[in-house]
Design a protein around this ligand. Structure first.
Ligand SMILES: Cc1cc2nc3c(=O)[nH]c(=O)nc-3n(C[C@H](O)[C@H](O)[C@H](O)COP(=O)(O)OP(=O)(O)OC[C@H]3O[C@@H](n4cnc5c(N)ncnc54)[C@H](O)[C@@H]3O)c2cc1C
Length: 409
């Protein structure tokens, strides 16, 4: 049995501690914060969408980077294994829209506390307020760590579970990338991902707070459609957010590097132009002498009304009976392809994950062990692997933790 040191007490680190201790290893986990799993508390809007009850194929489809690499980790420990784990630890779970899995209590703290309880029961030594400064190696083998306070801790295996750079206030400040580079590893280009899209037009930000369900979003690179999706969108003081925009952002970074990026929102994707025209005419019937501005609120959410009166091409004071077919057509065109320009992406302080990380070429996919330093493992978001929203990033953390823990002899 080995003595294993885990650097970082987030999702991956805590899970690895449990798996290692269950196998009988002596486990020490070092967390720089005053408590474990600080980020978990804010996941899934405080409810922790800890995995997704989808098929294996869908699991892979929702990985953005590292799909092939994660093959054995996902097969070794899949989404249903995670659900079983938390159920066995006393967390009742439920499946919501899009197969997202949450604790029944809607409290993310249930996830952290369940892992913490299990760690304590298994005798894992938890060291809080204990930032790790350096990873010790000898002859290309991990030998332990040095803490910020100078203490040396020897170990047979070191697992780096320091997370990425997103939401740095939770403790994820990129230390693992530094450790990796110091030991000769390549860290691929890092950037915020699953972030809001920043937009140019004041009319977008004027609708801040407005949330739209069941809309379509399309992105155009240099005028050519390069991405589209369907779902929920939120207007903010700087652009657009919500699951649909976050998903789009996973690709938008690469598109922005290439040139101009514009977008269109279809507010009524379920209706054709013809159906929308009929809908407008139905609304107009019997109201011929009213002004357009007094009829429009029946067609749109109130926050969008001023924008459509401004941009929709129909004068607000115009009487309904004066509105031409051409004007209706134009108004519907705006509704079906509401335009905006993407100027950039939100920063790490609002990114759900970090794109990029420790190069997967230098990590053994079955075990997460470094190909350069034996006994050194990288797990979770520190790796150059990331997924879409829906529980997939935490699944990456659980599966890679299991793969590494199983490999330690
Ligand atoms: C707002 C938000 C919502 C999210 N919601 C979801 C969701 O619902 N579902 C989902 O699947 N994913 C979600 N994610 C993503 C998910 O939380 C992360 O991908 C996941 O937590 C990564 O786990 P990790 O253990 O690799 O890293 P982290 O959870 O970032 O943990 C790293 C830990 O290491 C510690 N640490 C760092 N450096 C050191 C050091 N030098 N010494 C000691 N300790 C150190 C940190 O303090 C931290 O506790 C969300 C992310 C955010 C920001």
């Amino acid at each position: 049995m080995s003595k294993a040191v885990i650097v970082g007490g987030g999702a991956a680190g805590m899970a690895a501690a449990v798996f290692l201790a269950e196998k009988g290893h002596r486990v020490h986990i070092f967390e720089k914060n005053e408590k474990l799993g600080k980020k978990i508390y804010i996941t899934g809007k405080g409810r922790c969408n800890f995995t997704n009850a989808c098929t294996m194929e869908e699991l892979f489809d929702n990985v953005i980077h590292g799909r092939k690499f994660l093959y054995s980790a996902f097969y070794g420990y899949n989404n249903f294994d995670v659900i079983d784990l938390f159920e066995s630890l006393g967390v009742k779970t439920k499946v919501e829209r899009g197969n997202r899995v949450f604790p029944v209590s809607d409290h993310a703290s249930d996830i952290t506390l369940a892992l913490e309880r299990r760690m304590k029961a298994l005798g894992v030594k938890i060291h809080l307020k204990s930032p790790v400064k350096e990873i010790l190696t000898e002859d290309q083998a991990a030998k332990g760590v040095t803490l910020e306070n100078g203490t040396r801790v020897e170990a047979d295996a070191v697992l780096v579970a320091t997370g990425g750079l997103s939401y740095p206030t939770t403790g994820s400040t990129g230390d693992g990338y530094h450790f990796a580079r110091e030991l000769g590893h390549t860290v691929t280009k890092l950037s915020p991902s699953l972030v809001p899209l920043l937009t140019k037009e004041p009319y977008i930000t004027s609708m801040q707070g407005l949330s739209l369900k069941n809309v379509s979003l399309s992105l155009y690179c240099g005028g050519k459609k390069c991405w589209d999706g369907f779902g929920e969108l939120l207007f903010t003081h700087r652009g657009i957010s919500g699951p649909l925009a976050l998903t789009a952002s996973a690709q938008a970074g690469e598109y922005l590097e290439k040139g101009t990026l514009t977008g269109q929102i279809d507010w009524k994707p379920a209706l054709t132009v013809q159906q929308l025209d009929e809908r407008m005419l139905r609304e107009f019937a019997g109201q011929e002498n009213r002004q357009f501005k007094n009829v429009v609120p029946a067609l749109l959410p109130s926050r969008a009304v001023p924008v459509f009166l401004e941009e929709g091409g129909i004068r607000p004071e115009k009487k309904i009976h004066d509105i031409t077919r051409q004007e209706r057509k134009h108004f519907i065109k705006i509704l079906k392809s509401f335009p905006f320009t993407v100027t950039g992406l939100g920063g790490y302080n609002e990114a759900v994950v970090t794109r990029g990380g420790v190069s997967l070429k230098e990590i053994r996919p079955g075990t997460m062990e470094s190909k350069l330093v034996s006994g050194l493992y990288f797990i979770g978001e520190v790796l150059d692997a990331d997924g879409l929203t829906g529980g997939f990033n935490l699944q990456i953390a659980w599966s890679t933790a299991y793969a590494a823990a199983s490999a330690v002899q």
